[in-house]
Ligand binder design. Sequence first.
Ligand SMILES: [Zn+2]
Length: 402
Amino acid sequence: MDDPRGDGRGAALKRLRRSHQDTVLAALARPGGLSRAELAEHTGLSRSTLYTIVGDLLADGAVLEVPGSAVPGSRGRRATRITANPRGAVRIGLDIGRSRVHVAFVDTAGRRLATGTRQLPPLPHWNRRTDAAIGLIRKVAADHDLSAAAPRGIGIGLPGPVHLDERGRILGEDTRIRQLRRVQDRIGEAFGAPTAVGNNTRYAALGEALWGGARGAENVLYIRVSDAVGGGIVCQGRLLTGRRGAAGELGHLVADPAGPPCYCGGSGCLETYTAIPALLEQCRENGLTVADAADLVRAVRAEDPAACRAVTGAADLLGAHLARLAAVFDPDQVIVGGPLAGLDRDFLARIRSLVRVHCLASVGEPPEVRAAELDDDAGALGAVAALERGSEPLSVANLQAR
Ligand SMILES: [Zn+2]
């Protein structure tokens, strides 16, 4: 019988083999490679299992054989060393947004090999977004001479809450959820690769904690202010998901219970006051026409009073909420992403001073408040990180140890 959910014995063996392959690749994430004997010692795998696994990885082009140094006392015989093929053993991260698909290719040592973006018309059907994602992976792989035939795995960041079961499958039965499951299945099938799914903004928080503005921090509060306001919380090295995958939905903190209705069903959400469309509307009400975020940023830099008022108002509201969250989560770093984060005086510095003043001062230095560094890559890179630990909780400490 077909086993589309991957729950049968064949699938279990395949997962075990994948897991052994990942163990070997993790051991090879160092320069110079290892001999088969050293690999057996490092991985704890039996010799016969190791030979099979290395054979599979060689056939996939994920590892290479290179001549090593002479084996002592063996009349010049050289031990063959196995090294990771940086262009063969790739992990792929996808960030599939509302009007854009972004991809990142990462090698086994965690180095970014290539990235790419494809813009889409706003809110295209999920089939179209999936086609665009598959096409983009193939294009970036071809442009950068990377094998996309058998990637080690594909992490997929998706908009909106994504609630997973313990096997990493999306829970729920409504139309949106069925569409998201189809996205995951189609992308996995197109490349014959295991997949992980999660919310793209939560993944961006993880990406920033591992590779970006919060590198090395185990406690990170991440907020992204863009067409929507979202976020993610890395607490003690783990990405918080919460009971329903909604932990970190910072845009729906209630700023004013008597405020305007929000599409989430609540009213007066932070997003309704501080997302870019709200700020463009505030500018319009004050006689300034700005078309988009870039236009708004230009107007603030030119010190237009309406643009400055909108952006500083948003910063004050965001800063007050981030200060409260900082008092709850005690982060090392607060990372602010999105097109406004580059505006220091009128945006980031205001948020920084509010966090400094209002978070719990008695416990020592307040958290640093910094701009995100990865921009478009953050969600895709975080999606790659989600692959690394399979079903185990994502952990910055564990990932960095690799
Ligand atoms: Zn809301």
